[in-house]
Structures are given as structure tokens and as C-alpha cells.
Design a protein. Sequence first.
Length: 251
Amino acid sequence: MIRLSVNVNKIATLRNARGGNIPDVVEAARTCITAGCHGITVHPRPDARHITFQDVLDLAAMLTVEFNIEGYPGAEFLDLVTRVRPTQVTLVPDPPGVLTSNAGWNLTSGADWLGDVLARLGKAGIRTSLFLETDARQIRRARELGADRIELFTGPYANAFGTPAGQEILAAHREAARLAREIGLGVNAGHDLDLKNIPAYAKAVKGLQEVSIGHALVADALHMGLTRAVKAYLRALGSKPNVKRKRAKRN
């Protein structure tokens, strides 16, 4: 089953536009969990324009589902995630001022340092994922560097959805996922997925383990409500809602 991780960055963006704590990011995450999502994703950035480091700490204190933290592996980010120890850290190559993630890592040139980062996260008990495009060399290099999973960048697929080019891109994602599984990598996906383009992607990309969705889901929630939006995305993935469970106590 494909797991749905809801990215709550856009909830924080709306809050930060006015100041204060409306809407409450933690309450939004709690609503998503009650609706059946399997995880919560955040992407704290250096300028704190949406999710703040304090949001990360507040969410970590209450989550009863998997926690996925995305970000560029700078010193502050790595200190934060090793303190929080989320289920998964997804490393992205975003420079500080970029609006949104728009490319995968280039692991074949000057990326050897990521091996040390992945090892540090693994030692902390954190599952690791690298944000990648469908190039086979990049996928093989992710395995060599020690990543547990890759997250396939689905922006180009979403932009070309419904066109012949979209079908070609989907085929490339299907092959990329096959290769990743073959060499021992788990497969996630994310970026610009929505209710229209998800079903075809979920059907074509075999072995897909998790998708993280924020912008489109929150936009749909403005019309249908957050609970209904989460349930609609679960249906689009063909996934069952997560069964609510009590938070495990930490020693």
C-alpha cells in the first residue's frame, strides 16, 4: 500500500502571512492524522517562511504517525533532525532562496560528502531518502552513498500530465522505480501530485512506498475541508486510511 504523508508547509505559510497561530499547524496535522494519513511531512527552510524549527519540535512531540523532514543538509538542519530523530529525513539540493524544490540531486559530481551525512543520520536511527530525477546513474549512486530510499521528483510528470510527453515521463518513472527496487532502494515520490494525476502514477509505478503531498491537498481542502481532502487523496492512491494508534512512549 502506498502511504500518504501530508506536507503541512502551506498551513504554516497561511499562518505566517498574518502572524499569531491561526491556522494552528499542530491542529492541522492532528486533523490529517484523524482523517487517516500515514505520515506528516515538513520542509523547514533557513528563512522560516513557512515551517519553523519550533513547529518541527511541536509536531515531533505529538505525532502518532511517521514524521518526514525534508531539507538541505546544512549544519542547523542536521542538528535539528538529529535532535528530533524523525522516521525519515529527505535530503533535497535546494539553495537557500529557492521558492520550491525544482530539481533532484546531481550525485555524480561533487556529492561524495553526502555519504557522511547519510551515515550520520543512519547512526541516529533515521531512515534516509534522496530527492532524485529518473536518471539511472543518479539512482545507482544513491545506493552507493548509503541512502535507504529515493524520492522521485514528479514535477515534470505533473506538468506534462495528459500529453504524450507525460506518458513518456511516466514510463521513465516506472523504470526508475524498478531499478531502485532491484538494487535495494525504497521508492517515494512527490511534487505537484494532485487528485487528477495521482491515480495513473500510482498504477504505473510499481512498489511505490510513499508520496508526500502538500500544496494541492491544502488547496483542495479550501473547497472540501481538510478531512475530506485527506480521504480523497487516500482514495486516489488506492490506499486504506491509517488506523489511529496511541503514541509510543520514549524511554
